[in-house]
Design a protein around this ligand. Structure first.
Ligand code: GUN
Ligand code: FE
Length: 425
């Protein structure tokens, strides 16, 4: 079977939040698309498997992007001089309106998926737009790419333009069900995920229906939380009976109590919100690039990690300017150093090990056994060729990984990508 083999190379994954496991010239076993472990010597039972020798290259787990907007990719790297709310109304919403046209969507999404395949990401949780045909067009492209993704048709019925707000809850419920049923029928590696955009864009009627759909279809959920101070104040005015922002989702079981849920940002979460995220096992998508670009702030990530919350990384394209999770790891480390230096010296900066963990196992857990080279985990990996980062210094393997994270133009260092044991390039 062609998804049963051994890869040889310099293997690196996370032992835990604070430690890498590094196996120089090690062997990584794939059996029927599932990892059987990483070893210094080939175990007897696998001696007959075909071996591919990647020599001095690095082999790391595929990276997991817990939060990004495919529909915003067309303008990535522009429009960064405003804060969140005007950024949404002036830049994001006018672009998302264009996805009414399936032709436009197909063009925009084919560029997005092409670039996502070239990036270090093997799995992602993606926002599309509210449009059913365009969202299915994105899912068609993703399914063909070999990546594994959750994709959300974005739900919103207030605050955006007339074109983007859904009109009539009954009609919207029919659209959502049509989209879910079609997705479940068409795809193997592309899953629908319920996606209320954020509390300001969802009426209580819509949230109530999303709750019913979540229960009926047992769907996972993704949304935004406590990203910007104006947004949080606005939520408290819109939902005066909610004790805190996350409580407005919790009322409708859209906060992890039923199915796995991702909340992006969580920069200003109160202690009650943090406690509820811990209790419900909410996954936080930390998106440092976006948090800088739209001037939202810095999330106290090492505090969340210490408490034992689930934290993964998100590029949040196109609040974030890059699809590269290597760059996101670097940014996560860098903003945490500024937070420690300038804001709160009790919140220690995160380390390379912490950032690598979040980009692999931290986000991977949302997908199940993903993000490490352990027995029973999905066989997702990247083969990294870093000779473009030439130096006369003799670097050890941790330093080579660190330089890839800090200095590489990611696509150039990725020689091959495997997802579920299949080599997608
Ligand atoms: N909150 C609601 N919608 C969005 C979005 O598209 N991007 C970001 N960063 N935050 C949001
Ligand atoms: Fe976002």
């Amino acid at each position: 079977m062609n998804d049963t083999f051994i890869l040889k190379g310099n293997i690196i994954d996370s032992k835990d939040l604070n430690q890498l496991r590094i196996i120089p010239n090690g062997y990584l076993i794939c059996k029927n698309g599932i990892c059987k472990g990483a070893f210094e010597k080939i175990p007897k039972e696998y001696q007959d498997f075909d071996l591919i020798d990647y020599q001095d290259k690095l082999i790391i787990p595929g990276l997991v992007d817990l939060h990004l907007h495919a529909s915003q990719y067309a303008y990535h790297g522009t429009g960064m001089d405003v804060e969140l709310i005007p950024w949404l109304t002036q830049i994001a919403f006018p672009e998302e309106e264009k996805f009414e046209s399936v032709d436009y969507a197909k063009c925009a999404y084919s560029i997005f998926v092409r670039d996502l395949v070239k990036s270090p990401t093997t799995r992602a949780c993606i926002f599309a737009t509210k449009h059913t045909p365009a969202t299915l067009a994105l899912m068609d492209e993703l399914e063909n790419s070999g990546l594994v993704t959750y994709v959300g048709k974005v739900e919103m019925d207030r605050f955006a333009s007339e074109k983007l707000n859904s009109i009539g809850t009954v009609n919207e419920v029919n659209q959502i069900k049509l989209w879910i049923n079609e997705s479940l029928k068409r795809y193997q590696n592309t899953y629908p995920i319920l996606t209320p955009r954020f509390i300001p864009s969802c009426t209580q009627e819509l949230l109530e229906e999303l709750k019913n759909i979540e229960l009926e279809y047992k769907l996972k959920v993704q949304s935004h939380l406590s990203e910007n101070l104006d947004e949080i104040k606005w939520v408290s005015e819109l939902e005066p009976t909610s004790k805190f922002y996350g409580d407005a989702y919790e009322k409708y079981h859209l906060f992890g109590s039923i199915n796995k849920t991702i909340m992006a940002h969580c920069i200003y979460s109160s202690i009650d919100e943090i406690n509820l995220m811990k209790k419900n096992g909410v996954f936080i998508a930390h998106c440092p690039a976006s948090n800088m670009n739209v001037k939202s702030g810095i999330a106290p990530i090492s505090k969340y990690l210490k408490i034992g919350l689930h934290v993964g990384l998100g590029t949040d394209v196109s609040g974030g300017e890059t699809l590269s999770l290597f760059t996101t790891m670097k940014q996560a480390i860098q903003v945490s150093k500024l937070y420690w230096r300038l804001v709160d010296q009790t919140i220690s900066p995160i380390t390379l090990e912490n950032a690598f963990f979040m980009g692999t196992r931290g986000g991977g857990e949302f997908f199940g056994n993903v993000g490490a080279f352990q027995d029973g985990y999905a066989f997702d990996c990247l083969i990294l060729e870093d000779s473009e980062l030439e130096t006369i210094i003799n670097l050890d393997l941790r330093e080579r990984l660190e330089r890839i994270i800090y200095c590489s133009n990611s696509s150039d260092v990725i020689e091959h990508k495997y997802v579920q044991g299949k080599k997608i390039f």
